[in-house]
Design a protein around this ligand. Structure first.
Ligand SMILES: Cc1ncc(COP(=O)(O)O)c(C=O)c1O
Length: 492
């Protein structure tokens, strides 16, 4: 067992006393647990470069006070039952004095103080309509395991550092082909930088393209986690409203083309399935947006997070495919179509940005795990990705229809359903004589978890709007959840 202890050879406290004090502190603070083996005096003496006699003196003291015990033939252990008395002993003077001065934080860290971390946690409800979760129980885990083991057995090359800062070339080629087929994205594998998902993609883009104080336009309502990344870079946010045809491009152009307006560096948008309202950006607005970007020099970040799931209508080609002036960064992720902990996403960049983003990625965390990149490459190239998407689309379509029907049946004109043509969530607005907080409280009492859309809004407007995710819920649970919700919201 390795044990690192603090020693100060120049301290007034003799070394055997330091051994005693440091081990005792480790036991009292739970770093060493009751029953845990401690290193032998010989190995600790060797690893710390201190004489064995010194270590033995320290151990003897701990043995005599009941902190340690020896078991014949098997070594020395932290006493299995430490008497309470020992756990309540007085504080021990630290060997190395702790620093008491406040630690000076960077501007980046300070920006977080007013922008606290919100992990996606959801209320613990029997039926939870939490959003953003694919149906993980339908993931072909056996196939994934087979591919993992094939690469594990095949060679050992993947154990080494990568040689390519943009990510594995094979995977980039597979993604470029897939995006051409499925999303009409125009891209060469050399334009792709693989990322750890959307969050990292956004962070890298901001590192490369913005300075604190720059202006970033974004959809309102929009994706909260993206807004958090923007704020951490201390940029100014310019909220642009959204209606049933997506981002109101006329508002953006009228506001920002005036000469007095500071230039907009970036615009973040979800054109295929606006988050959270589900609107699709109309073709005329897409063209107007591209023209605006060309005129102003702004770069558009197209977040295409779940557009693979489109029901009834033809798939909407990506905005990037319409661009002819290198104004769009296309951003994709495997979090929805495969599974979120895979942490693989990608940026399709205008060629001149590639070296900068690739270097920022390399400096930040060097590379993605190689084994997962190899497995994903095979998964895509053998056609499994597209067949999984087809299978999941029909599951989600059934769940979506059941949800929409149940909402209409139980709430009729009291509910407006938005964005049900795509994705794995819908947004709903209830016209009820209840506040948003009361709706949440009542639904929780009925064992149903629903997520308010209000944090997605910068301006007012989302009070009685909710995001209902249905990806991971069985049809029976959806029906029961909406039934319970209706009873809870209609009672009294
Ligand atoms: C709008 C949007 N973009 C992207 C993502 C995926 O993020 P990531 O790739 O970091 O898992 C989500 C997840 O909920 C999302 O809602």
């Amino acid at each position: 067992m390795e044990l690192t202890l603090n020693f100060d050879h120049d301290a007034a406290m003799p070394l055997h006393r330091q051994v005693y004090a440091e081990l005792r502190r480790s036991i009292l603070t739970g770093r060493l647990l009751p029953g845990q083996r401690v290193p032998s005096t010989r190995s600790l003496a060797q690893s710390l470069g201190i004489s064995r006699t010194t270590i033995t003196q320290g151990y003897d003291q701990l043995l005599s006070e009941g902190y340690l015990e020896t078991r014949h033939g098997s070594g020395t252990f932290v006493c299995g039952q430490l008497p309470d008395m020992l756990l309540q002993t007085e504080a021990i003077d630290p060997i190395v004095a702790p620093t008491t001065a406040a630690i000076r934080l960077s501007q980046y860290a300070q920006s977080m103080a007013g922008n606290p971390l919100v992990l996606q946690t959801y209320p613990d409800a029997e039926i939870s309509f939490r959003y953003g979760r694919p149906a993980l129980q339908h993931f072909p885990i056996g196939l994934w395991r087979k591919l993992l083991s094939r690469h594990c057995n095949a060679d050992t090359e993947w154990l080494d550092y990568a040689l390519d800062a943009q990510g594995d070339g094979g995977l980039r080629t597979a993604i470029a082909r897939y995006l051409g087929r499925a999303r009409a994205v125009q891209c060469d594998p050399s334009q792709i930088v693989l990322t750890n998902g959307t969050q990292q993609g956004l962070d890298l883009i901001l590192r490369v393209l913005t300075e604190p104080g720059d202006t970033i336009a974004l959809e309102d309502p929009g994706y909260l986690s993206a807004r958090k990344v923007f704020l951490s870079h201390q940029v100014k946010l310019l909220p642009i409203p959204v209606d049933e045809s997506g981002l109101v491009v006329e508002y953006l152009t009228a506001l920002t083309t005036a000469s007095s307006h500071p230039p907009v560096r970036l615009l973040s948008v979800t054109p295929s399935h606006q988050f959270p309202t589900g609107a699709t950006l109309s073709l005329s607005r897409r063209l107007a947006l591209l023209q605006w970007a060309q005129q102003t020099g702004a770069i558009i970040i197209e977040d295409d997070y779940d557009s693979e799931y489109r029901y009834g209508d033809k798939p909407i080609p990506a905005l990037q495919g319409l661009d002819s002036s290198d104004s769009v960064i296309y951003m994709g992720t495997f979090s929805k179509v495969l599974f979120p902990s895979l942490r693989i996403g990608y940026l399709v960049l205008p060629p001149q940005l590639v070296p900068f983003v690739a270097q920022a990625k390399w400096l930040s965390d060097r590379q993605l795990p190689m084994l997962e990149q190899k497995v994903l490459t095979d998964f895509i190239e053998a056609g499994h990705l597209e067949s999984h998407i087809r299978k999941m689309r029909s599951h989600y379509d059934r769940r979506r229809q059941v949800l929409v029907q149940a909402l209409q049946q139980h709430f009729g004109t009291q509910v407006t359903i938005l964005g049900e043509k795509a994705g794995i969530h819908v947004m709903v607005r209830f016209s009820l004589d209840l506040t948003g907080a009361a709706i949440i409280a009542r639904s929780l009492q009925a064992g149903v978890g629903i997520v308010p859309a209000s944090p997605c809004y910068l301006a007012d407007g989302g009070d009685r709007a909710f995001i209902l995710g249905y990806g991971e819920l069985e049809e029976a649970a959806i029906i029961e959840g909406i039934q319970r919700l209706a009873i809870a919201l209609h009672s009294g």
